[in-house]
Design a protein around this ligand. Structure first.
Ligand code: HAM
Length: 407
C-alpha cells in the first residue's frame, strides 16, 4: 500500500459534521452584517508582499516572522494573506472607492495564513470573518462594529466572553508617547526580558504584551497612552464609550491593550473567551485612519474587526441547521425511487435514496442513521413510514407521497 499522506502541519480538513456548524455560523454572520449594510467582499488569497510589509508593519511578528512568502515565476514577491485589512485598503485605493458614497462597508470570510507554532486554536491556515467601514471617522461606526461582533459571538453561543477596549490616539500622540515610553523602558532596562529590550526602539508598545515577570513588573508603573490622548481623540473615544454604554454592552477599559498590527489609531478592542485556553482571542480590531494612504490611496478613515471562525466554534455551541429528512427505500425499481427523490427535492425538502445495495432492513437502519422523519418505500405501490410513530400507510401516487412527507 502506498504511504498515507497528511494535511500540512497546522492545517486541518473540515469534515461534514463540523462543516454544518460552519455553514450555520456563515448564515448567521451574513444575516447580521448584511442587515447592518455591509456588502460581501472577496480578494485574492495572495497579495504583493508589499501590501502587508507596508500595511501591517515590518516590525510586527506577523510580517517579520509569520508570513508564507514566495516568489512567482517572474521574480515578484507574493505572500499568502496573513490578515484581511491591508488587502481591503489596497482594494479601496485600487478601485477608487473613495468616489462612492461613504462610508464603504465591507465584510469578508475566508482562509488566512500565518506561520505560527500550531496549538489548540492556533493554526497555519485558519478562517476569519471580518467587517470594515472605510471613509468616515464617525464614532458610531466604531460602536456599531463592536456591537455587531458582540452580537455575532452571542448568536454563536460563545461562552465566558469579555471585551477589552482602549484608544491609541493619533500618530503624533503615539510618537510622543512612544518617546516617553522608550525613555521609561531605557531607565528600567535591567529588569526587562532580552526580547523586549531588543525591541525598545522598534516597537516599545509590545512591552505591555510580555509574559516575562520582570517586564510585567516594570510595565505596572509605565506611563499609559490613554492618559496622553489629544483632546479630539479623547473626545472620539468618549463618544464611542457613550454609545456602548447606552447599548448596555459591558467592557473593560484596558490601557495596556496592544494589538499585534501596526496600523491602529484611536479605538482598539479585543473579545476574549475563558473557554479557549492560551489562544483566547476570539476577535479584535480597531480604527486605522492612515492605512489607505500608506497603500497609495487618499487620506481615508477606517475601522473594522476580524474574528477567528475556528475559535468561535470552539468557544460556542452553535449547532448545524438540519431540516426534516426523507429517505427513499427500494429493492427493484431504482427509477421509481429516483423519481420520488427528485419530486421531494423539487418541493424544497431534503431527500436521499438507497445507493449502497442494502437489504430492506439495512435501508431502514440507514434511514434512522440520517435522522429521517419519513421513509418512502417504493415496492408494490408506495408506502410512507413515519419514523417517529412507526406508523406505515399506503399512498396512491408520487404526488400524494410527496405531499405526505413535505406537507
Ligand atoms: P488579529 O487579531 O490578528 O486581527 O486576528 C483576528 C482573529 O483571527 C483573532 O482574534 C483570532 O481569533 C483569529 N486568528 C488569528 N491568528 C490565528 C491563527 N493562527 N489560528 C487561528 N485563528 C487565528 C486581524 O487580523 C485584523 N485584520 C483585524 C482587523 C480588522 N482590524 C481592523 N480591521
Amino acid at each position: 500500500m502506498a504511504e498515507k499522506l497528511q494535511a500540512p502541519r497546522g492545517t486541518f480538513d473540515v469534515l461534514p459534521e463540523d462543516g454544518g456548524r460552519r455553514l450555520a455560523l456563515h448564515g448567521t454572520t451574513r444575516d447580521l452584517l448584511e442587515r447592518a449594510g455591509y456588502g460581501f467582499f472577496d480578494s485574492p488569497v495572495f497579495e504583493d508582499t508589499e501590501v502587508f510589509a507596508r500595511g501591517v508593519g515590518e516590525s510586527t511578528d506577523i510580517v517579520s516572522k509569520e508570513m508564507f512568502t514566495f516568489e512567482d515565476k517572474g521574480g515578484r514577491s507574493l505572500t499568502l494573506r496573513p490578515e484581511g485589512t491591508a488587502g481591503v485598503c489596497r482594494a479601496y485605493a485600487e478601485h477608487g472607492m473613495h468616489k462612492l458614497p461613504q462610508p464603504v462597508k465591507l465584510w469578508y470570510w475566508g482562509p488566512f495564513f500565518r506561520h505560527e507554532a500550531p496549538q489548540a486554536g492556533r493554526f497555519r491556515q485558519f478562517t476569519q470573518v471580518g467587517a470594515e467601514a472605510l471613509g468616515s471617522d464617525d464614532p458610531s461606526l466604531d460602536a456599531d462594529l463592536i456591537l455587531l461582533l458582540a452580537e455575532l459571538l452571542e448568536r454563536a453561543g460563545a461562552k465566558d466572553v469579555r471585551l477589552r477596549l482602549s484608544s491609541l490616539g493619533d500618530a503624533a500622540t503615539r510618537e510622543s508617547y512612544g518617546a516617553e515610553l522608550k525613555t521609561y523602558l531605557r531607565e528600567n532596562e535591567g529588569e526587562l526580558s532580552d526580547e523586549v529590550r531588543g525591541r525598545i526602539d522598534a516597537n516599545p508598545l509590545r512591552a505591555f504584551d510580555a509574559d516575562h515577570a520582570g517586564t510585567r513588573k516594570v510595565m505596572e508603573g509605565a506611563p499609559l497612552l490613554l492618559d496622553r490622548l489629544a483632546a479630539d481623540d479623547a473626545e472620539h473615544f468618549e463618544a464611542v464609550r457613550a454609545l456602548l454604554d447606552a447599548a448596555g454592552l459591558g467592557y473593560e477599559l484596558d490601557p495596556t491593550l496592544v494589538r499585534g498590527l501596526d496600523y491602529y489609531t484611536r479605538t482598539v478592542f479585543e473579545f476574549e473567551s475563558g473557554e479557549l485556553g492560551a489562544q483566547n482571542a476570539l476577535g479584535g480590531g480597531g480604527r486605522y485612519d492612515g492605512l489607505v494612504e500608506k497603500l497609495g490611496g487618499p487620506a481615508t478613515a477606517g475601522v473594522g474587526w476580524a474574528a477567528g471562525i475556528e475559535r468561535i466554534l470552539l468557544a460556542g455551541d452553535l449547532a448545524a441547521e438540519r431540516g426534516a429528512r426523507v429517505f427513499v427505500s427500494w429493492t427493484d425499481d431504482a427509477a421509481a425511487a429516483f423519481a420520488v427523490v427528485r419530486a421531494v427535492r423539487a418541493r424544497g425538502a431534503h431527500a436521499e435514496m438507497e445507493q449502497a445495495g442494502r437489504s430492506l432492513k439495512g435501508q431502514l437502519k440507514q434511514a434512522d442513521r440520517i435522522g429521517a422523519a419519513y421513509v418512502v418505500l417504493v415496492g408494490d405501490g408506495l408506502q410512507i413510514k413515519d419514523m417517529a410513530t412507526g406508523e406505515q400507510r399506503s399512498v396512491a401516487d408520487v404526488d400524494e407521497a410527496v405531499e405526505a412527507v413535505t406537507g
